[in-house]
Design a protein around this ligand. Structure first.
Ligand SMILES: C[S@@+](CC[C@H](N)C(=O)[O-])C[C@H]1O[C@@H](n2cnc3c(N)ncnc32)[C@H](O)[C@@H]1O
Length: 263
């Protein structure tokens, strides 16, 4: 942990990466995170299930892309704190030579990044301390590890919801996908208020979050979520609740998931 990253860690306000870690059963969180996490759970009891479903989606999507589709390079933006089945662990189980670049802007994720950097001998994992809004800089730094003339899986799981300006989120996705070649993939999850997947319960919890924690969160509709895939070919089954993506027997959670291929 660098002095600089330690100085950036705030323990007086709940922070998303740490509350998410708490909901996933992790230990890398403070009292303030647990208090807000418990309050949100009281308002929206399904939130722990959303976090677990999101991680399970990550496992299925990465397994498919690396195990079946032959992807060997992954750019995972909004990595979160290390937990079970991190992207490099899933990817390198299928392909030990897989190369993974993690990106997050949270100093506590930076402080724990060493746990993410345990690559298999034939592969590589690296970490970039950067804000997703700086997509061009992310691509430039990722190019030191990834060959951007070859396909890359660009992963943005549970992160665009922390960027309130929808135009800005589109600019980020477009810059990233313009920077990778044909045959690359976009992997997204995003929370929603849409009632058909149980989103109605999210509103009070999100309002509470925005009054008490950081960064502020925004839900987006199915149509808004789908629009991130403009110009891409959606893999089956298209946009789904992330719990049900290639797992149709599961109950839905109010978090969409989808994978698109750049033609
Ligand atoms: C809900 S967690 C999701 C973690 C992981 N992707 C997953 O799906 O389990 C969101 C992560 O995005 C990070 N994040 C939020 N806003 C960000 C931004 N503007 N730039 C980079 N990372 C950001 C947070 O620090 C946190 O680690």
């Amino acid at each position: 942990m660098t002095t600089d990253s330690t100085a950036r860690i705030r323990t007086d306000i709940a922070h998303n990466a740490r509350v998410w870690n708490y909901w996933l059963g992790g230990k890398d969180n403070y009292q303030v995170d647990r208090a807000v996490g418990d309050q949100v759970t009281a308002m929206f009891p399904g939130i722990g299930e959303v976090a677990r479903a999101d991680r399970a989606f990550l496992g299925r999507a990465v397994s498919h892309l690396v195990g079946d589709a032959g992807v060997r390079q992954l750019l995972d933006i909004g990595t979160g704190l290390p937990t079970g089945e991190n992207t490099h662990e899933v990817a390198q189980r299928h392909a030990p030579d897989a190369r993974i670049v993690y990106v997050d802007n949270d100093p506590i994720v930076l402080a724990h990044a060493h746990a993410l950097l345990t690559s298999s001998p034939g592969g590589v994992t690296t970490y970039i301390d950067q804000d997703a809004r700086n997509a061009r800089e992310i691509l430039d730094a990722a190019a030191e590890t990834l060959d951007l003339t070859r396909p890359v899986a660009v992963m943005l799981l549970g992160i665009l919801n922390f960027i309130p300006d929808t135009d800005e989120t589109h600019r980020i996705v477009r810059t990233l996908m313009d920077g990778v070649p044909s045959g690359s993939y976009l992997v997204l999850t995003h929370p929603t208020l849409d009632a058909d997947v149980g989103g109605a319960g999210n509103q009070a919890a999100m309002d509470f979050w925005n009054a008490n924690a950081t960064p502020p969160i925004t839900g987006r509709s199915r149509a808004e979520f789908l629009s991130y895939f403009d110009g891409l070919e959606l893999l089956d089954p298209g946009v789904e609740s992330c719990s049900r993506w290639r797992c149709p027997e599961e109950a839905p959670v109010p978090q969409f998931g989808a994978v698109g291929r750049k033609p």
